[in-house]
Design a protein around this ligand. Structure first.
Ligand code: PDD
Length: 285
């Protein structure tokens, strides 16, 4: 159960970072969360691609290449020696002046956190979780584009707080036009009459790595998958709902706004996709 933190290529047990780093001052940073299976990083290429795309979108120039990340991540994983790890890759704008102008930040900081992984309890997968459709809206794409994974997650933090107040474990957000988007750290899927539906990228969501794989696996296994726009209230007519993400994998949702989804238990299509996803990971590892 060890934590190791790699700061610009040096591995530490703990890290103190300057309060003048704009990542701290303004959430001016990008990040990725990567999981391991059999101590190997899952979908690292995809996570690194997204990290570089996010950085480019907000004009942070990452000072190292992908090979550097691969090498440093392996060194840090070895130093931590955990069976499985939670890995967070962060690139901040770097230290600058106290004002919001990023031009004073000359050197982005690269931080790799390797921690012991805390998995979701088995009971979540057996019973499903409770979610609430919250009033906090997901950022529109011409604001802070949800498809850019920045360290500014306050939009999602507020949504999560609202869900918790409503007695739910997670929140589902709509965009300013009322269309379904995603969860606070996961993508949204639902099932109606045997069809798998998921908000399209133009609704304003993060293009999840798990989401893409689940869409692919579902199609390969004969399911009809539709990416589109649905109003928030349409979720109440779903037979099944599930969330996807690096940590959640395929997480069944059994209650929406305090009411059971379908039978109030994880649905058959959700459980089928969870099994397909886990089988895929195991074969790949
Ligand atoms: N979050 N949507 C949002 C807003 C997310 O933050 C995430 C991931 C996802 C799912 O993406 P992926 O399948 O690539 O993990 C969707 C990570 C796990 C996090 O911030 O902790």
């Amino acid at each position: 159960m060890t934590t190791k933190i790699n700061f610009n290529g040096e591995i530490h047990d703990e890290l103190n970072i300057s309060v003048m780093d704009h990542g701290f001052l303004f959430g001016d940073s990008v990040y990725e969360v990567v999981s391991t299976l059999n101590s190997k990083l899952c979908f690292l290429d995809e996570h690194l691609d997204r990290l570089y795309n996010s950085a480019e979108a907000i004009s942070i120039k990452i000072p190292c290449d992908k090979e550097w990340f691969r090498e440093q991540l392996n060194n840090t994983l070895l130093a931590a020696g955990n069976k499985e790890s939670y890995v967070r890759i962060i690139v901040t704008r770097g230290v600058g002046e106290i004002n919001i102008d990023p031009s004073s930040c000359e050197h982005p900081n690269v931080i790799l956190m390797v921690m012991d992984v805390t998995e979701y309890p088995k009971s979540c997968y057996e019973k499903g979780i409770q979610v609430a459709l919250v009033s906090i809206k997901r950022n529109p794409r011409d604001s802070l584009n949800p498809n850019v994974k920045t360290g500014n997650y306050l939009n999602n933090v507020l949504a999560k707080m609202e869900a918790n107040k409503l007695g739910a474990q997670d929140a589902i957000m709509v965009n300013p036009w009322g269309f379904l988007t995603e969860g606070t750290t996961s993508n949204l899927f639902f099932v109606r009459e045997g069809h798998i539906l998921t908000p399209s990228l133009d609704c304003g969501i993060l293009s999840g790595i798990t989401r893409l794989l689940v869409i692919e696996l579902a199609k390969e296994n004969g399911f009809h998958v539709e990416e589109g726009k649905w109003l928030g209230e349409e979720l109440s007519t779903a037979d099944e709902i599930f969330l996807t993400g690096t940590l959640k994998k395929v997480m069944p949702v059994s209650y929406l706004d305090g009411r059971p989804v379908g039978s109030g238990k994880p649905g058959p299509i959700t459980l089928n996709l969870l099994r397909l996803y886990e089988d895929f990971l195991t074969k790949k590892a």
